[in-house]
Design a protein around this ligand. Sequence first.
Ligand code: OOB
Length: 538
Amino acid sequence: MSVDFTPWPEDLVRRYREKGYWRGEPLTVLLTKRLEIAPDATAIICGERRFSYAELDAWSTSLAIGFSRQGLRAGDTALVQLPNVAEFYAVFFALLKIGVVPVNALFSHNRLELSAYAEQIRPALLIACARHPLFANGAYVEALQIAIPALRVVQILGETSYAESLAPFAERRYDVSASELRGSAPGEVAFLQLSGGSTGAPKLIPRTHDDYYYSLRRSAEICGLTEKSRYLCALPAPHNFPLSSPGALGVFHMGGTVVLAPDPSPSVCFDLIRRHGVDIAAVAPPIAMLWLEAAADEAPLSSLRLLQVGGARLGETVARRIPATLGCRLQQVFGMAEGLVNYTRLDDDEETIFTTQGRPMCEDDEVKIVDPQGAPVGSGEIGELLTRGPYTFRGYHRAAEENARAFDAEGFYRSGDLVRMTETGHIQVVGRKKDQINRGGEKFAAEELENLLLTHAQIADAALVATPDALMGEKSCACVVARGDVRPLALRKHLRALGVAEFKLPDRFEFLERLPVTAAGKIDKRALRDLVASRPAH
Ligand code: OOB
């Protein structure tokens, strides 16, 4: 049994194998290879706890056996929600070792997101953490078990000792039969990655061992990782950027050390960088700005060699300040959980690094930049970026309707990003076609929030638009047509009661008589953005 996904066409499969992108190895090999080379090297630093590669491997094996003894089998799925703790990686590898396919939800996700994922994957296993308000008592788990009868095994990690909470699963006996620890085949789905989404409920992205392994290997190479690398994971661990670009998995592949930060604030991160000699970190633009501000009156972060910034547009002025203020190189990263990742290279000239979002990591990343009719734009002109390649997915998980829209006839994924290509082949992200809010790197579909607003009895119509924000890049404004007297406070309360993640709550509300529509009868979001911009924020 395995989780179904849209395969790449045969000719491309052959090509990706021949060229060595797909090596026919499962992601778990990444750990076992390190065991042969340097088992005692430190893989993870998490608070005061350190785990060597041997320990991480043994831990994940014992968890894998424990899960399997609980009846979990290859092809089952798991819903996992953990903060930035070592357990995240132990559980991830444990599940890969038995072919259980996880969805790793963000810690900022709430009831609505978790329930939507659970509905989609019908998990047999739930692992979460009591520190999250949703799991502070058993009510939500109980409701989930009623809604999803397939959910057989639940483990809520305790507040203080995560490791102890997992102990019931950690089988210490190693009399493992070969069949017990059989993961999914390298060409099959290793896990389901989260999409930022541009319509309705959040979508899931099947990532195979072959495609993901390639993307993290190539990323590690481009970023110059070695066994000496010390990588600060300050973004939410499940996100594609800190997981594979090159992220923690890229670091493990090279035998370096992942230093986990509980949050990305400068006070926490600067201390970790100094204490552990961190040389590479990945952040989103607002965090980079906070780091710049804090660094101005601090001692230098002398070990930091490279700061990767991505997930949202990095302003050129901010980009220029990074090397000067933080004393490290900057790398811009323009990636997507769906696949394609662009990097500025370590040896690119400064202007390229400051003014572009890099170029694709693989020579077999095919990129088209097209006009609204789908025709390629002239050189240097703006259009939508479409892509296919050895680590770009071919279809969302069980979303036929969305997939019909999201790919063109040649199997190129429509990213929804508006870009321009420079003469040197570097990409500049100039805007977005998709109806999404990108709040400092955290994305969600405008439609998701609009649907929630419309569940309020006093709301006749609603549209969510992005508004520019100096720190976050974008914030959200809900434009609503109310039936009666309703206040932002009541609307926020209503949304919270629905269980939506906090970062999706509108930052601002505008009450209108009616929403402007286009000639085609659709809500005119451009007109709305202009209208919101013309009104003072209150
Ligand atoms: C990363 O992945 P996602 O899936 O959270 O978001 C992808 C979207 C892109 O389509 C684009 O709209 C935006 O986020 N984005 C950027 C950007 N990086 C991502 N927009 C402008 N400039 C950038 N540098 O965000 C992601 C995945 C892997 C590595 C890095 C980021």
